[in-house]
Design a protein around this ligand. Structure first.
Ligand code: SAM
Length: 215
C-alpha cells in the first residue's frame, strides 16, 4: 500500500530531474514509481526524495537519483535487453532497470547489502538475478550483455567488463581518482572495436576488487 506522504515529494523529484536535463520519459516514469523511501532507514525518510545520495550501511550509499537516471539514460535500455549492474547496493538502480523491461543481473561485494537488496526486490515484485562477488570481473555465466552499468568509481576500465559486452552493447562506468570520476560510455562497435565517449564528472564510492581499487 502506497504511503501518501511520499507521493508529492516523488513527483517533485521527477520535476527536479527534468530540470537537470533528464529527458527519457521511461526513466522519469520509473523514478516516479519506485518507492525509494523503502530502501533506506526510516530516520532518513524526510530525505528519500531529495536528489541526493544517502547512506545504506557498510560505508555505502544509495546513489543520487540524478546519477541513477543519467546512467540509465546513457545505457539506452530497450525492453528485453540483458543488463549487468556492478554494485547492487540498495537495489534502487536494479528496480529502475526492471521497470524499463530489462533482464537484470547485478553483483554486490557486501553480503549484507546483497541480502537486503534481494529481499527488497522480492517484496516489491521485481525479478533480478543477484550475486555476491567481485563485479570488476563481471559475471561470465550470463555474458554477453547488451549493457553494463558500474555504480562505483573505478581507477581504470576493467577489461573483463568490455569483453562481456555484446556487439552494439554499452558499458557506462565512472573512471577517475577517489575525489572525481568522469562518466565513460564505451560501445562495442564490432568484435574488436570499441568507441569511447567522455561525459560529465561525478563522485562515487570506490569500486573495490581485483580490477578496481585494492581492498
Ligand atoms: N546501485 C546502487 C543503488 O542503486 O543503491 C548504488 C550502490 S553504491 C553507490 C556502490 C556499490 O558498489 C556499493 O554497494 C559497493 O559495496 C559496491 N561495490 C564496490 N565495489 C564492488 C565490486 N568490485 N563488486 C561489486 N560491488 C561493488
Amino acid at each position: 500500500m502506497e504511503d501518501r506522504r511520499f507521493v508529492r515529494p516523488r513527483k517533485k523529484l521527477v520535476e527536479t530531474l527534468k530540470k537537470k536535463g533528464i529527458k527519457d520519459e521511461r526513466v522519469l516514469m520509473a523514478i516516479g514509481k519506485i518507492q525509494r523511501h523503502k530502501l533506506i532507514d526510516t530516520a532518513l525518510h524526510p530525505k528519500a526524495y531529495v536528489d541526493t545520495a544517502l547512506p545504506i550501511g557498510m560505508g555505502q550509499t544509495i546513489s543520487q537519483p540524478y546519477t541513477v537516471a543519467a546512467q540509465t539514460e546513457l545505457l539506452e535500455v530497450h525492453p528485453g535487453d540483458k543488463i549487468l549492474e556492478i554494485g547492487t547496493g540498495s537495489g534502487y538502480q536494479c528496480m529502475v532497470l526492471c521497470e524499463l523491461g530489462a533482464d537484470v543481473y547485478s553483483v554486490e561485494r557486501h553480503p549484507d547489502l546483497y541480502h537486503r537488496a534481494k529481499d527488497a526486490l522480492r517484496e516489491h515484485g521485481y525479478k533480478a538475478m543477484l550475486k555476491v562477488g567481485d563485479g570488476t570481473l563481471g559475471w561470465t555465466t550470463y555474458a554477453p550483455y547488451d549493457g553494463i552499468v558500474v555504480t562505483a568509481g573505478a581507477p581504470v576500465v576493467p577489461d573483463d567488463l568490455v569483453k562481456q559486452l555484446n556487439v552494439g552493447g554499452r558499458l557506462v562506468i565512472p573512471v577517475g581518482d577517489e575525489n572525481k570520476q568522469v562518466m565513460l560510455r564505451i560501445t562495442r562497435v564490432s568484435e574488436n572495436e570499441y568507441q569511447q565517449e567522455e561525459l560529465d564528472n561525478f563522485k562515487f564510492v570506490p569500486l573495490i576488487g581485483e580490477k578496481g581499487w585494492g581492498a
